[in-house]
Design a protein around this ligand. Structure first.
Ligand code: OSB
Ligand code: MG
Length: 368
């Protein structure tokens, strides 16, 4: 296939409620959707999962647009290429995995649409529906009542696992409150690096709540800290921000810093690298699950395809579209009995609805 044109649609999607983590609070999603058109006139879509500010990682959308326009898109433009060649063509550009992942996804979608093949089938999916979990932010008013009210809505909606965002001062108490109210709900916590090695004893207090895992408690560079925590805690330690490639996943697992892996394609540079992370974990008997970055239907469709691979044995942050959006850019993904169907149509199986996209778009950039 030959890539002829790439257009970035920068959209603003209001969230149904603010999403607060240890690193910030968002009221709306600032998202870059890439429209990739081939010389044959086939269009594919990709989503950049960065935000306005570099708070989760170093990436942010203004920088992603710049690196796409100046360094990434030119590497693919006008060449006759196969999907498998994309990571290698983009690899000389260091860093910016979310920008690279967005472009790769647009090309993947276009290429698979041309072949009439679904992303799940291409990646090697083995499930036609996936178990869904939900990520619950820190309440705006810091109140346990607000948290329990929100969790209650998700439990009633049928989610198969609940993940609580934690930070120092918001950890043992909220986890206890949720565990006491729902003794059997599969539960886990995510700190987004908010703790240090000095907090290991404190974190070990979470062992009494029978959690599935504790996600990225310590700084992403501190693999020793995670290993020491894993040795001290019964609850499995899971890494998110520390895992930037299949190589870093392998290193963290073999070092003893990581017993479960959260896989996010944007964090590792795309869905092909995400599959490599899966394969590394699989080879070591390490379970994985699909993380989320508050994706629109474009990225959500791709995550559902990824989560259909065999070692995705834990429910992911693959919630229904209505967890974040009253109106998504695609047809919404809807939970049925705590699961969502893996899209079966060509490529992503969904596309942005033109009228909705136009309404949500704040800027359009021709990147070619
Ligand atoms: O650390 O998993 C995270 C959202 C934005 C940035 C980082 C994270 C999250 C989530 C997942 O917790 C939210 C979702 O998409 O369901
Ligand atoms: Mg996380």
């Amino acid at each position: 296939m030959r890539i002829e044109r790439v257009v970035a649609h920068r959209c603003a999607l209001p969230l149904v409620r603010p999403f607060r983590t240890s690193f910030g609070r968002e009221y709306a999603r600032d998202v870059v959707l890439l429209e990739v058109t081939t010389a044959d006139g086939v269009t594919g879509w990709g989503e950049c999962v960065a935000s306005t500010q570099p708070l989760y990682s170093h990436e942010f959308n203004d920088a992603a647009l710049l690196v796409l326009e100046r360094f990434l898109v030119p590497r693919l433009l006008g060449r006759d290429l196969q999907i498998e060649e994309v990571p290698g063509l983009l690899a000389p550009v260091r860093g910016h995995p979310m920008a690279r992942g967005a472009l790769e996804l647009g090309v993947l979608d276009a290429g698979l649409r041309a072949e009439g093949r679904s992303l799940a089938s291409y990646l090697g999916g083995v499930r036609d529906e996936v178990d869904c979990g939900v990520s619950v932010g820190i309440p705006d008013d810091d109140s346990l009542a607000t948290l329990l009210d929100e969790v209650s809505g998700y439990v009633e909606a049928g989610y198969r696992r609940v993940k609580l965002k934690i930070q120092p001062g918001w950890d043992v108490e909220p986890t206890r409150a949720v565990r006491e109210r729902w003794p059997d709900v599969p539960l886990q916590v995510d700190a987004n690096q908010a703790y240090t090695r000095a907090d290991i004893e404190h974190l070990a207090a979470l062992d009494e709540f029978d959690l599935l895992l504790v996600e990225q408690p310590i700084h992403e560079d501190d693999l020793l800290g995670h290993r020491l925590l894993a040795e001290r805690m019964a609850t499995p330690v899971c890494l998110d921000e520390s895992v930037l490639s299949a190589e870093s996943a392998e290193s963290a697992i073999d070092y003893g810093a990581c017993e479960i892996v959260n896989i996010k394609a944007g964090r590792v540079g795309g869905y092909l690298e995400a599959r490599r992370v899966h394969d590394v974990a699989r080879g070591r008997g390490v379970p994985v699950w699909c993380g989320g970055m508050v994706e629109t239907g474009v990225g959500r469709a791709a995550n559902l395809a990824l989560a259909s691979l065999p070692s995705f044995t834990l429910p992911g942050d693959t919630s229904g579209s209505d967890r974040f959006y009253a109106r998504d850019v695609t047809e919404p993904f809807v939970l049925r009995d705590g699961r969502i169907d893996v899209p079966t149509g060509p490529g992503l199986g969904v596309t942005p609805i033109p009228e909705v996209l136009a309404e949500l778009t704040v800027a359009r950039h021709e990147l070619t």
